[in-house]
Ligand binder design. Structure first.
Ligand SMILES: [Zn+2]
Length: 432
């Protein structure tokens, strides 16, 4: 392999689930890790010597960038009760205000903040496509291009996921009026995907890829999901779907189909859909053990969004069982009420502590020295890479050389301290 000769040297680096010492890290001319050598006697000549430990960049596996404009602005109760559905009504009001210029500015700020929070790649679950009138922009990918440009201008990697979004509920034929900017059918999703891919190829943009998404089982017909699945059958890119976030959605699904959402999806929606490792189930909060078993058999991943799920009152999923069954669990900041993976991992564990009245619930005493933070971090690295569609992710040869440095000379319990001793400082922004 041809190397550019760019070499980093760190006192410690997180490699393959453990700290390695005195590590030399060499990049190739494509920005991938070309050679990794631990236990070096001294930094190689010309190496950039880092003072603190190095971690791989983390994939933020679920984002709606425009919702950053709304973070922290929906925390007052206006009536007898406030829940996901009243929040969503307010969020739609924001969505109706967003211009392509505002989308770009919001995403640019967000992607900078996310990098300071240790994320170097974002999966953008993108449904805000059309003009306020509901008609497509003269260039139908205009909103997508605002996100792509924000990613390029901030150095954020991006997996853009145009969303199939065609109805307001299981028994409703179409979207609500205030959802008009989101409307897509299968052809529209494929043409958004292909349009952005052509732009990326023409502009020779690196680190931008495009998959597809389904908003949810309530917002897309089974027949349409099957049509989309057939169209992307030979495309290795990821397929994301919101699922079982709210109990109301579960009840509506059972009423409409006789099955729970994850159960129905894993049964192929009665359409012969073969769920595989390209699929990533966002939230998957309300899942029975039988459903978690079913997901484990498909190889699909789940995307946990702890801060948003807490903020929206979604509920707590049985994370110990998801982990026990080996389902890849990535992390997403979703509505961006927090923008740092350390906060997401902490909340994931604290939710379980509060409900089980135990400590270190998500740890495995036989792995990672029993460290909760290390086990969750390893999940976030590997499942995040899968959610973004990468064959390799993390500090390993052939993976993209995305890394962040911790501004500390101390090593012992570093990950535990980063996750559980808040407030976290911004990482030094040292992405390749
Ligand atoms: Zn979402």
């Amino acid at each position: 392999m041809k190397h550019t000769g760019k070499v980093l040297w760190a006192p410690k680096a997180w490699i393959n689930g453990a700290w390695q010492s005195r590590v030399s890290l060499e990049l190739d001319d494509k920005g991938l890790w070309a050679a990794i050598t631990a236990d070096t006697a001294a930094p190689p000549a010309h190496a950039q010597v880092l003072s603190g430990p190095v971690l791989p960049g983390i994939v933020n596996a679920h984002s709606h960038a425009f919702q950053r404009a709304f973070a922290g602005l929906a925390e007052c109760r206006e009536g007898d009760a406030d829940d996901f559905w009243s929040w969503r009504h307010q969020m739609y009001g924001v969505a109706l205000q967003i211009t392509p210029e505002a989308m770009y500015a919001t995403a640019k700020q967000l992607y900078t903040e996310l990098q300071q929070g240790g994320y170097t790649h974002t999966c953008e679950f993108h449904y805000l496509h059309h003009q306020v009138s509901g008609l497509p922009y003269p260039n139908p990918i205009e909103m997508s291009l605002a996100l792509v440009q924000a990613a390029v201008d901030t150095g954020m990697g991006l997996t853009l996921l145009p969303v199939l979004y065609e109805r307001a509920g299981f028994t409703l034929p179409a979207l609500r009026d205030d959802q008009r900017r989101f409307a897509t059918d299968v052809n529209a999703v494929l043409s958004l995907r292909d349009g952005v891919r052509a732009h990326v190829a023409n502009q020779r943009l690196s680190n931008i890829t495009v998959g597809v998404a389904v908003h949810s089982l309530r917002a897309a017909r089974a027949e349409s999901i099957a049509e989309l699945w057939r169209a992307v059958k030979d495309d290795p890119a990821p397929i994301h779907i919101h699922i079982a976030e709210q109990t109301g959605e579960v009840e509506d699904c059972v009423a409409a189909t006789g099955q729970r959402p994850i159960e129905w999806l894993c049964n192929g929606l009665g359409q012969g859909i073969d769920i595989d490792a390209r699929w990533h189930l966002v939230h998957a909060t309300h899942a029975t053990h039988a459903e978690i078993d079913a997901v484990a058999r498909t190889g699909a991943g789940m995307v946990l969004c702890p801060s948003t799920e807490a903020n929206l009152g979604d509920g707590l999923t049985d994370l110990p069982y998801w982990l026990q069954r080996g389902v890849p669990m990535s992390i997403g900041s979703d509505s961006h009420v927090t923008r740092d993976w350390r906060e997401e991992l902490r909340l994931a564990e604290y939710g379980q502590r509060l409900v089980h009245r135990q400590r270190n619930v998500l740890a495995d005493p036989n792995r990672f020295g029993g460290s909760t933070a290390a086990r969750l971090f390893e999940q976030a690295i590997h499942a995040g890479g899968l959610a973004a569609g990468f064959e390799r992710w993390g500090i390993e040869v052939g993976a993209r050389a995305d890394w962040v440095a911790i501004d500390s000379a101390e090593i012992d319990h570093t990950l535990d301290r980063e996750v559980f001793s808040s407030p976290g400082k911004a990482f030094s922004l040292t992405k390749n």
